[in-house]
Design a protein around this ligand. Structure first.
Ligand code: G3P
Ligand code: CA
Length: 332
């Protein structure tokens, strides 16, 4: 068997429902998280942003134009604005300009309606959940299923939010502590692409931290010249001082027909686990021979692709399709 071992070969492979089961429901809704749990996810992933009144809500970005019906609310028409966030210009509506009560009048909509038309049928049905609601769901399902369901929150744009008077780190740690979670053995991982907020969080809690990274670019807080610099053996050793693992893009492990990179080996040598993102059925087969069309015909190929990466030694993974992830994990 040519498989690369996981860092903790006896520990279960961590299956993360990416934005819930976002291949089947509009992302970051309680319905999406519920389905992810039903399909076998161990963890549900809320990306986190803040409201004007300092409440964490689950959205992939603070610009809610593409994932809510805000544009159809005449009472909010004048809130449309243009902002520069982490160097990118966005025009639309932003969570930090809404109170929670106002956000709760909106309804979620599918981000990718042409790619996921079945999901768009749920448009208008679900509210934007708070972090507290996501925590409550994980705890309720843990009791009902007699199986631990964890949460895997990501701080989105923490430097930007701090710059507008809405710092995330201490509030997140305090909220998780209130939920009873502060230790590495608790069913929580905190993830971020930024570095300094993770380092700060490391001083506040024992919760396991995951340093996210991409194959191009650099952390938005300029804490390192590039993600490439962070993935050298010395860079990985530096990450291991505050993090439990890394969350690399899949292409950083194997990209196309090229041989696998040394990232799994180097991260494991530094004592870091790998939870790469994101396995999706429709569009991102990184191995050319798996590029065989569109959903649902590709679902079988997604399982094959996940199993390939599992053989490369990954310790967990994010997927929009937790049912396929669970099947792949069982088959591996
Ligand atoms: O958090 C892992 C993965 O979700 C990072 O990408 O853009 O989907 O948050 P994104
Ligand atoms: Ca995320």
């Amino acid at each position: 068997d040519a498989s690369v071992p996981r860092l903790d070969p006896k520990a279960p492979i961590v299956l993360i429902g990416h934005r819930g089961a976002s291949g089947y429901r509009p992302e970051h809704t309680l319905a999406s998280y519920e389905l992810a749990i039903e399909q076998g996810a161990d963890f549900i992933e809320p990306d986190l942003v803040l409201t004007k009144d300092k409440v964490f809500v689950a959205r992939h970005e603070n610009d809610i134009t593409g994932t809510s019906d805000v544009a159809t609310h005449p009472e909010f028409a004048t809130r449309k604005t243009t902002k520069v966030i982490d160097g990118e210009t966005h025009t639309g509506w932003f969570t930090e300009d809404f109170t929670l009560a106002e956000l709760k009048t909106l309804r979620a909509k599918e981000r990718l309606p042409s790619l996921r038309p079945d999901n768009a049928k749920f448009d208008g049905q679900f509210t934007i959940p708070t972090l507290d609601e996501v925590i409550a769901l994980a705890k309720r399902r843990t009791k009902e299923l007699h199986r631990t369901i964890g949460i895997y929150p990501e701080t989105k744009h923490p430097s930007y939010f701090a710059s507008i008077g809405l710092p995330m780190d201490d509030q997140l740690v305090a909220q998780l502590k209130t939920a009873g979670w502060s230790k590495p053995t608790d069913p929580v991982f905190i993830q971020s692409f930024e570095v300094n907020n993770l380092k700060h969080i490391h001083t506040l809690t024992g919760i396991r931290l995951i340093q996210l990274m991409g194959s191009a670019g650099a952390p938005a807080d300029n804490a390192a010249p590039s993600y490439a610099a962070m993935t050298t053996p010395d860079g990985l050793k530096a990450i291991a001082r505050y993090a439990y693992g890394i969350g690399p893009g899949l292409d950083m492990i194997q990209n196309g027909d090229a041989p696998p990179s040394t990232l799994v080996r180097d991260a494991h040598a530094a004592g870091l686990r790998l939870h790469p993102w994101t396995f999706r059925a429709e569009n991102v087969f990184l191995i050319p021979s798996f590029k065989t069309g569109t959903t649902p015909a590709t679902h079988g190929r997604l399982s094959d692709e996940i199993q390939l990466y599992l053989r490369l030694g990954i310790d967990g993974f994010f997927t929009d399709f937790p049912d396929i992830g669970a099947a792949a994990r069982n088959a591996a």
